[in-house]
Ligand binder design. Structure first.
Ligand code: NAD
Ligand code: MG
Length: 305
């Protein structure tokens, strides 16, 4: 089954120059309270709404994606649906507006969208989320741990215990908890994909807590991949570089850094969320059957291990 890109614009298979595929944006200084909404970021981010073309690579699959309302998670949700998967979306209650937009796009692709808002810092929500997703989708065979909290802080002395706790609970504890519950449902052939970051190897001085969790995610991915390999469940990670999402305008970057965001990459521009989607599709699909414990870097050319 092939689902055409509804916009009729160039899609991810159109031969084009990666330097100019997307404009080199210079975002104006802007601020949103955490977690930030895609609806309000300037300029608008591209999640593939009018460009991502599915070719049936995930036909009939059942996916749970955390942080699926916006940014990278939203682009992955759109792509998965157009590739033929039903999708359960996890996000914070205050992100309902963004989640509704993405759910509509999933339904427009002819797939089921299940919205399950809640706070991943809460261990009970981590369990309830997986249960409800599996129940409403009729099973589960793709898990994307993608939610993340990133708040820049100038110095270690200014990093509060509360932020430290919230960053670790959101970015790494929830990956353990959601994955542990998901294992009750994942059959051989299933795939787990964790969103890490270039920050795992090149930590910014202002992101000590965040970058530490991203290094932990890489390590978790490589260890768990070995543990689950005999069961036929593959675990991999995707490490984005600077991608234009609400994370960046809700204190993810110091305000004065926003206009230059992404310009120092070899491609000279920030990435758009839709440019991440094919990496997740590849790792979710059986075509990557011999790829385990891998971190796929999608970062505009910054050298990474
Ligand atoms: P985003 O703000 O669109 O997505 C992050 C999502 O995390 C939010 O939408 C929210 O739903 C979810 N989230 C945060 N705290 C939560 C909580 N307590 N409970 C439930 N959900 C919660 O931004 P994004 O950039 O698309 O981020 C997605 C992932 O990509 C994150 O893991 C982030 O660390 C990673 N990443 C982003 C970049 C980048 O430049 N944007 C670079 C490297 C890695
Ligand atoms: Mg969001």
């Amino acid at each position: 089954m092939t689902s055409e890109n509804p916009g009729g614009t160039p899609d991810q298979y159109t031969f084009q120059n990666p330097v100019t595929r997307f404009e080199s944006i210079t975002p104006p200084k802007q601020d949103q309270p955490e977690p930030g909404l895609d609806r309000d970021i300037e300029p608008e981010a591209d999640r593939g709404e009018t460009s991502y073309r599915g070719t049936g690579r995930l036909s009939g699959r059942k996916a749970l994606i955390t942080g699926a309302d916006s940014g990278i998670g939203a682009a992955v949700a759109i792509a998965f649906a157009r590739e033929g998967a039903d999708v359960a979306l996890s996000y914070l209650p205050e992100e309902e507006a963004d989640a509704e937009t993405i759910a509509s796009l999933i339904e427009a692709a002819g797939r089921k969208a299940v919205r399950i808002p809640g706070d991943l810092k809460d261990p009970e929500y981590c369990i309830a989320l997986v249960r409800q997703a599996a129940e409403e989708l009729g099973g589960l065979d793709i898990l994307v741990n993608n939610a993340g909290k990133q708040v820049a802080v100038e110095s270690l002395e200014e990093l509060s215990d509360e932020q430290l706790d919230h960053t670790f609970k959101t970015n790494i504890y929830s990956f353990f908890r959601v994955t542990r519950e998901a294992l009750k449902h994942l059959q051989p052939g299933s795939s787990i994909i964790n969103t890490t970051s270039i920050q795992a190897y090149e930590p910014s001085p202002t992101l000590l807590d965040y970058a530490s969790t991203k290094a932990a995610i890489n390590n978790f991915t490589k260890g768990l991949a070995q543990q689950l390999a005999p069961k036929g469940i593959r675990v991999n990670a995707v490490a984005p570089g600077p991608i234009w999402t609400p994370l960046q305008v809700s204190d993810g970057q110091p305000k004065e850094a926003l206009p230059e965001f992404g310009k120092s990459t070899p491609l000279g521009r920030a990435g758009q969320p839709t440019e991440l989607a094919p990496a997740y599709v590849f790792l979710a699909s059986p075509e990557s059957s011999y790829v385990l414990g891998e971190t796929l870097n999608v970062n505009g050319g910054m050298p990474a291990p």
